[in-house]
Ligand binder design. Structure first.
Ligand code: APR
Length: 320
């Protein structure tokens, strides 16, 4: 059986990290695409030379030609510009929307059967636009945000409770922005609800609120420290787990920016919800019961996503 083909559109900080992780995990052969000439080829060469040391046989190539993406099984999109200190994800909308148009057409014309994972920000709007421009079925286009946001939440909870991250199950819903909804009621330490664990450990609720706030601002905290770009290691590894769920038909339930129609009172947009990923792409959206406060927070988040979609429509008349 031929090896799987993983195409990475955007070969910057996240793209390069994705290539390394995909090759190391022997997920398949990797094609790095970018508009910058020489850069994807240079990264591909450098990464190929990791093979003998790390013991992987994956073939890694770089290209500026969309035709080289033909036959890709998975496409991960990071093309665009990242944030600088002081910018919100939404500030990237105009420039990254035009990038999504070029990328969507490239996918439509060269690898329309791929499972497409979008990482470019502002995520919930960009994954929607990418789906519109590519014309792929909704179940084959998904956004990576929830796995990352949950990982950030889990990291902070594990630090607070002084326990292994392996035992933390942290749950985040909603858009990938300041309105995201870390849901404490569904977050557990190996099955023990976080709020109960806090009582056991004598940790006040206000401290949990601080952790929720830090999670919401988790990306901005890293941008502020890096100064020249945004996070890339955790975003890349999060997207890899989603690609593996698809390629291995793992039926994992992961928080993803999925197309929601009817559930959560949402009608036809991409937002972060628990999603089953398997060979059918995003196979199911799981609608959980929320408290009034959580449902309200989710509504605020969904409204924020709606506003971004309206802004996209205002910028590109082909979007309806
Ligand atoms: N087609 C392909 N690649 C493009 C295009 C395009 N039209 N426009 C820009 N690029 C490339 C750039 O040349 C650059 O190499 O996208 C790459 C982006 O890489 P970085 O600037 O290093 O950004 P990165 O940190 O990887 O983040 C990418 O993911 O998390 C989001 O907010 C982040 O939107 C940003 C994206």
């Amino acid at each position: 059986m031929a090896r799987k083909k993983i195409a990475l559109i955007g070969s910057g900080m996240i793209g390069g990290t994705l290539a390394h992780l995909a090759a190391k995990a022997e997920m398949g052969d990797v094609v790095l695409f970018d508009i910058a000439e020489g850069m994807p080829q240079g990264k591909a060469l450098d990464l190929s030379q990791c093979g003998p040391v790390e013991g992987f046989d994956a073939k890694i190539t770089g290209t500026n030609d969309y035709a080289d993406l033909a036959g890709a099984d998975v496409v991960i999109v990071t093309a665009g510009v990242p944030r600088k200190p002081g910018m919100s994800r939404d500030d990237l909308l105009g420039i990254n929307l035009s990038v999504m148009k070029a990328v969507g057409e490239g996918i439509k014309n060269n690898c329309p059967n791929a499972f497409v994972i979008c990482i470019t920000n502002p995520l919930d709007a960009m994954v929607w636009a990418l789906r519109e421009f590519s014309g792929l079925p909704h179940n084959m286009v998904v956004g990576m945000a929830g796995v990352l946001d949950s990982a950030r939440f889990a990291t902070f909870l594990a630090w607070e409770f002084d326990c292994s991250v392996k035992d933390v199950n942290a749950f985040v819903l909603g858009g990938h922005g300041d309105t995201m909804v870390p849901v404490l009621s569904y977050s557990t330490i190996n099955g023990i609800p976080v709020k109960d664990m806090a009582k056991i450990k004598g940790i006040p609720e206000s401290r949990l609120d601080e952790i929720v706030a830090r999670t919401r601002a988790g990306g901005g905290e890293i941008v502020g420290l890096l100064k020249t770009g945004s996070a890339y290691y955790a975003p890349a590894t999060s997207a890899i787990s989603m690609a593996q769920a698809y390629l291995g038909d793992q039926k994992r339930i992961l928080p993803c920016a999925s197309y929601v129609e009817g559930k959560y009172g949402v009608d036809g947009l991409y937002v972060g919800v628990p999603t089953r990923i398997g060979a059918g792409g995003t196979e199911d959206v799981i609608e959980i019961e929320l408290s009034d406060e959580e449902a309200n927070n989710l509504k605020v988040s969904v409204d924020a996503v709606e506003e971004l979609l309206d802004a996209c429509r205002g910028l590109d008349a082909s979007l309806v």
